[in-house]
Design a protein around this ligand. Structure first.
Ligand SMILES: Cc1ncc(COP(=O)(O)O)c(C=O)c1O
Length: 416
């Protein structure tokens, strides 16, 4: 089949004339395909799905009820532009109540259609060709992707176990720091599960001031903090002089598909975001903003979500520990990021060992041969990510799933 006339028109940022012809598979697409194959090849074997990065519960009933009311109000039908005051005011109340951060809801808060869109828009506010964004890896890549769309570069800051999964800002070369405009942090961190101490934030703020860099702190997992109370970067002295924090109702409020979050912090940064956003979208549906505002006013919702995922995480850490994994309770998130096995001593079909060069190999083996779905990370050491967002109706079902996981893993004898 010949190419359409527009094949040569695709922008370089998506592959130019080669767009649509590559065979390389995005990691998560590979996992989805392997999952489908495992289900087709082994219908008798239950898929143990630790690969999903999405909450398994619906939004709370109170929020859905409120949504049902709001959806029928004629005044909610139109463009929301940069958002309704009720949502911004609920954000300001929450930031004060939960984190002790006082914000002006008019100038220091703006809603977004999920934090992913905010992270995709913020580079448009800063990045000219040749500018640099400092990004931690492994991590959520959206700011980096859009930085390159605008002709900027990404400098990767590895998160290693040796440095306690914090970026070592001292190692950034002077010429990179000079070109850098953005430093992206994400705490509680996805996927490592690390939470940030106020001391780390203080160091990052000093670094940002020294090199005149803006910090974007991605708090998508903000309420899923276990080793310390959920907290805000903006509560640290100096933070609001250098950056913004991006929040989401996706994870802590079980509202992942609703697409609602907010950007808050320095007034001028929030205004740059809002002005730019105004050229991307016309705001989230007002009914969703109203229901989300009601959710933010109920402190019990994120507490419940946090308690559930903490309980599931404790069970997973104990289960994997009994199978030989060297894992500890993460500081936060619903991800357990743990060193990947180098081999399974009894993994070969007739018995005997199977070895792996990296986490990707171990993860592929687990899904195809054991119907255990994980996400591999090989950016800074070989790690597997187990998510506790699997579907289980109650604690009994959680325990049964853990027992099955333990039995399958013990049988193949992980080697580290
Ligand atoms: C670290 C991180 N940031 C941001 C997001 C985007 O979340 P949302 O767009 O649903 O708010 C995710 C989603 O998985 C995430 O893991």
């Amino acid at each position: 089949m010949s190419d359409p006339y527009f094949q040569n028109l695709f922008a370089d940022r998506i592959g130019g004339a080669m767009f649509g012809k590559g065979t390389a598979l995005y990691k998560f697409e590979k996992i989805k395909r392997a999952k489908r194959k495992a289900l087709a090849d082994h219908p008798e074997r239950r898929l143990l799905d630790f690969g999903i990065g999405e909450n398994d519960s619906m939004a709370p009933e109170s929020v859905r009820r409120r949504m049902a009311e709001e959806i029928n109000k004629p005044e909610n039908r139109g463009y929301a532009d940069n958002g309704i005051p009720e949502f911004k005011e609920a954000v300001a109340r929450l930031m004060q109540r939960e984190f002790g951060v006082a914000l002006d809801p008019v100038t220091e808060v703006n809603h977004c259609i999920g934090s992913k869109t905010a992270l995709s828009i913020l580079p448009a506010c800063f990045i000219n060709p040749g500018d640099v964004t400092l990004m931690t890896v492994p991590g959520y890549p959206v700011v980096g992707t859009h930085t390159t769309y605008y002709g900027g570069g990404v400098y990767k800051l590895p998160l290693s176990a040796e440095n306690d999964f914090l970026p070592d800002l001292e190692l950034i070369p002077a010429d990179v720091a000079r070109k850098a405009k953005l430093l992206v942090l994400c705490y509680p961190n996805s996927p490592t599960g690390k939470t940030a101490t106020p001391e780390f934030y203080e160091r990052a703020i000093a670094f940002a001031k020294q090199h005149e860099i803006v910090i974007i702190q991605d708090a998508a997992h903000g309420f899923l903090s276990y080793d310390r109370e959920p907290n805000s970067f903006l509560a640290v002295p100096g933070a609001r002089e250098v950056g913004v924090e991006v929040h989401s109702l996706s994870k802590g409020y079980d509202m992942i598909g609703w697409r609602i979050g907010w950007v808050c912090g320095h007034e001028r940064l929030v205004r740059a975001f809002a002005d730019t956003k105004d050229n991307f979208d016309s705001g989230q549906f007002i009914a969703i903003q109203q229901a989300a505002a009601a959710a933010l006013d109920d402190p019990e919702i994120p507490k419940r979500t946090r308690a559930k995922y903490r309980r599931r995480m404790e069970k997973l850490v104990a289960t994997l520990g009994r199978c030989g994994f060297k894992c500890q309770m993460p500081g936060g998130t619903y991800f357990l990021y743990t060193p990947s096995p180098k081999a399974f001593a009894n993994g070969a079909p007739g018995g005997g060992p199977v070895n792996f060069e990296n986490a990707e190999g171990a993860s592929q083996y687990l899904i195809t041969e054991q119907s255990i779905c994980t996400v591999p990370w090989d950016d800074a050491g070989a790690f597997l990510r187990f998510s506790v967002t699997y579907e289980a109706a109650d604690e009994k079902a959680e325990d049964a799933l853990m027992a099955e996981t333990e039995s399958r893993l013990k049988n193949i004898r992980p080697v580290f």
